[in-house]
Design a protein around this ligand. Structure first.
Ligand code: M6R
Length: 607
């Protein structure tokens, strides 16, 4: 994982390279923020600085140290091999520090490669350092050739950028199942793991494809394929506007993003339905649902949870056999996919390595893929056959909130779209659409309960262990709600289908364990009540979230929060918003780093 940034430009403005690299790294911090570093060329030598922690700390360090002026590369890290430390921070060097590399990805055969070096030149615990030594060993004056030779020995996924003291005017880059964008400006050149790091610059941008390399100088970029043949790569203007990020008066981006949901849900709906025909419409999709016999949804983390809910919607509304699979597991199952299987890959970032690998496997088996994504120009949008955007706006907090509810509403629209092409009547379509259109209002009503939710969150923040229980649509909702609590409060929160408790987990129930019960589905509410009775009999406090007017749970609830009622299929949206608030307020009590929790990254770019 990690973010790479690099710059070469005129050397008149001595601080420009490091300033732009720091700015670029800040935009890439969503890929990791354990440590950061920079290296370039100053007076014919590699000059570097590294720092544990976020990019802001590297920035402070650079104010007190020499900064590189020539070709410069920089890196923000999410530790895979080796602890987050200054030593393990990138860039990495060869023995005499004649070159520096920054790497995103994992070198799977690093141990075998390291064993080739008799004299043990390694100073770090990383898999990446070996790349610097391999390039150095292959180097005899032509940096591109040396990088090519080294890269041919590597197994795994990687994007690399390399600078060498003998070549102050060039950066060599390559991409191998990891993204790398190159931006050409007026007498300057940028490289980055993600083109969004170029925001604010007026650049012509190209993305390296798998196996490609490039020699970048300030006025020329030459791209080569894996055999070393020069390519005529098109560079395009992407219209990447720099957005001024602001918390808008909220204490955290997470809280701001939770509060944005009435608006983001509305954006996801806008222009995507027809009242007259009681259906959804997607300009971006041009195929008939009649041919789709099976839907396979792929995603990780929150996006997988959205997929679980989506699969239930496709089955219940459109009567299409559907499954959601965790992308990291899917590709190792030798999945059965035929031409009637439609794959929907869900990813907020569009850069999750496991999801991309799963998409490639599905495509290799002949499937057509709809990418459901929040970020334009991401790898998923480039690799999918069709793209449906979430329209949630930039999500800054590592803990996903508004992207999740946008995924749910978009999946619900898609389920309606398929259902109406099959057997759903216009009247039933209109009734479902009316509920969908009501969601922004329902979520506004949930937000109005913030104070009550904060109060119970403060009360329950003293517990160390939580069970989140739900049935039917509320089970995936509880998976997502418990993930929110884990991520930002670092508390142990396990989600279970309530009916499964008696098959084992109930052994853990007792006064020291708090149960959060999501009771938003009408069809299973009596069953849910029985399961909660069994918990109450064993003395766990129970925090119930139930629909307004529902009295069934009063007998079991230690505390109860009432939420606006809506049909079972869509209840996950208002309930998720309430549970996001609950996790947020617990984390406030715990005084954690809410927007950038420990050990996490916004975009997980390694498998
Ligand atoms: O960008 P993606 O949607 O592909 O990311 C998938 C997961 O890494 C992500 O949802 C993660 O679980 C979030 N931190 C959850 O809040």
């Amino acid at each position: 994982m990690c973010g790479i940034f690099g710059y070469i430009g005129p050397s008149a403005d001595k601080a420009r390279a490091s300033r732009l690299c720091l700015d670029g790294l800040k935009k890439l911090e969503y890929r990791g923020y354990d440590s950061a570093g920079i290296a370039g060329i100053l007076d014919g030598k590699i000059q570097s600085s590294k720092q544990v922690g976020k990019v802001a700390l590297l920035e402070e360090l650079l104010e007190r140290s020499k900064v590189p002026t020539g070709a410069t590369v920089a890196h923000t890290r999410w530790a895979t091999h080796g602890a987050p430390s200054t030593g393990n921070a990138h860039p990495h060097f060869d023995t005499d520090k004649s070159l520096a590399i920054v790497h995103n990805g994992i070198i799977e055969n690093f141990q075998g490669l390291k064993n080739q070096f008799q004299n043990g030149p390694f100073k770090t615990d990383t898999d990446s350092e070996v790349i610097a030594h391999l390039i150095s060993r292959a180097y005899s004056g032509d940096l591109l050739k040396a990088v090519k030779e080294a890269v041919e020995l590597l197994e795994g996924s990687f994007a690399l950028a390399v600078v060498h003291q003998d070549h102050p005017d060039e950066i060599i880059v390559c991409a191998h199942e990891s993204p790398l964008a190159i931006g050409k400006g007026d007498d300057e050149c940028f490289i980055a793991s993600d083109a969004h790091a170029f925001k604010g610059q007026n650049l012509q941008v190209a993305f390296l494809s798998h196996g490609e390399m490039a020699r970048c100088s300030r006025d020329h970029v030459q791209v080569f394929n894996s055999r070393g043949k020069a390519l005529d790569k098109p560079f395009l203007s992407l219209n990447l506007k720099d957005e001024i990020l602001s918390k808008n008066g909220f204490d955290h981006y997470m809280l701001k993003e939770i509060h944005e949901q009435p608006q983001t849900l509305q954006q996801a709906l806008d222009g995507r339905y027809s009242d007259e025909f009681g259906t959804a419409q997607f300009e971006e999709l041009k195929f008939s649902a009649q041919k789709v016999k099976r839907i396979l949804i792929l995603g990780c983390g929150t996006s997988w949870h959205a997929g679980l809910l989506g699969a239930s919607l496709f089955e219940s509304l459109a009567r299409i056999s559907s499954q959601a699979e965790i992308a990291s597991e899917f590709r190792y199952t030798n999945p059965i996919i035929d031409q009637h299987t439609l794959v929907i890959a869900i990813s907020q970032s569009g850069e999750t390595a496991d999801t991309l690998a799963a998409v490639r496997e599905a495509k290799a088996k002949g499937a057509k893929v709809i990418g459901m994504c929040n970020v334009s120009h991401s790898t998923l949008t480039r690799e999918s056959d069709h793209v449906v955007f979430l329209r949630a706006g930039q999500e800054v907090s590592v803990c996903s909130t508004k992207a999740f509810t946008s995924q749910l509403i978009t999946l619900a629209l898609l389920a309606l779209y398929f259902a109406r092409q099959r057997h759903m009547s216009k009247e039933d379509g209109q009734a479902f659409l009316a509920q969908l259109k009501n969601l922004p209002l329902k979520v506004r009503q949930v937000l109005a309960h913030s104070k009550a939710i904060e109060k119970v969150a403060i009360k329950y923040s003293s517990f160390e262990d939580f069970f989140y229980l739900g049935r039917q649509y509320m089970y995936p909702t509880s998976l997502e709600a418990s993930l929110k609590l884990k991520e930002i409060s670092y508390l142990n929160a396990i989600a279970y289908p309530a009916g499964e408790m008696k098959h084992g987990p109930i052994a853990l129930v007792g006064p020291a364990l708090a149960v959060v019960a999501l009771c938003g589905n009408q069809q299973t509410k009596e069953k849910m009540l029985s399961n909660l009775m069994e918990v109450k009999a064993r003395s766990s406090p129970i925090l119930v979230f139930a629909s307004e007017g529902e009295t069934l749970f009063d007998a079991v609830a230690t505390d109860i929060i009432y939420l606006p009622s809506i049909c079972d299929e869509l209840a996950s949206i208002p309930y998720s918003v309430a549970l996001q608030l609950f996790a947020y307020f617990v984390a406030v009590e715990k005084k954690t780093d809410i927007d950038q929790p420990r050990n996490l990254a916004k975009s997980v770019t390694v498998e």
